[in-house]
Design a protein around this ligand. Structure first.
Ligand code: THU
Length: 126
């Protein structure tokens, strides 16, 4: 699958976002080492701290289906800024694939790409 195809899955997933509080809809598409793709969206809650980001939704779906090794993650939000993963999602993804490639989009067709290890160096582990 090309980067653009993965990103279009992330964009489609963003349409399912439940974001009545922030109105900020995010979609993610996580590609496993065997090529399987899991998508996710942000799911907000009136208790705002209970909100789950799109990236963690996709990751939890994958792990709960027996996948623990990932190679690419696409993130899409119809925003002005590149949608990079929040700190909690960086730590969460590092648990499984510290070197995953992360494609971050914003409104339009362009995206930027990072290694997770660039976004979260010197990660916590024990
Ligand atoms: N959000 C994500 O789903 N992923 C990100 O990378 C950044 C933030 C969500 C959480 C919340 O529902 C909304 O965007 C605003 O922070």
């Amino acid at each position: 699958m090309t980067d653009r195809e993965l990103m279009s899955k992330a964009k489609a997933a963003s349409m399912n976002a439940y974001a009545p509080y922030s109105r900020f809809q995010v979609g993610a598409a996580l590609e496993c080492d065997d090529g399987t793709v899991f998508t996710g969206c942000n799911v907000e809650n009136a208790a705002l701290g209970s909100t789950i980001c799109a990236e963690r939704t996709a990751c939890v779906k994958a792990v709960s289906e027996g996948h623990r090794s990932f190679r690419r993650l696409a993130i899409y939000a119809d925003s002005e800024n590149w949608c990079t993963p929040c700190g909690a999602c960086r730590q969460f993804l590092t648990e499984f694939s510290p070197d995953i490639e992360i494609l971050c989009a914003r409104a339009g067709d362009r995206y930027v790409s990072y290694k997770l290890s660039e976004l979260l160096p010197h990660t916590f582990a024990f």
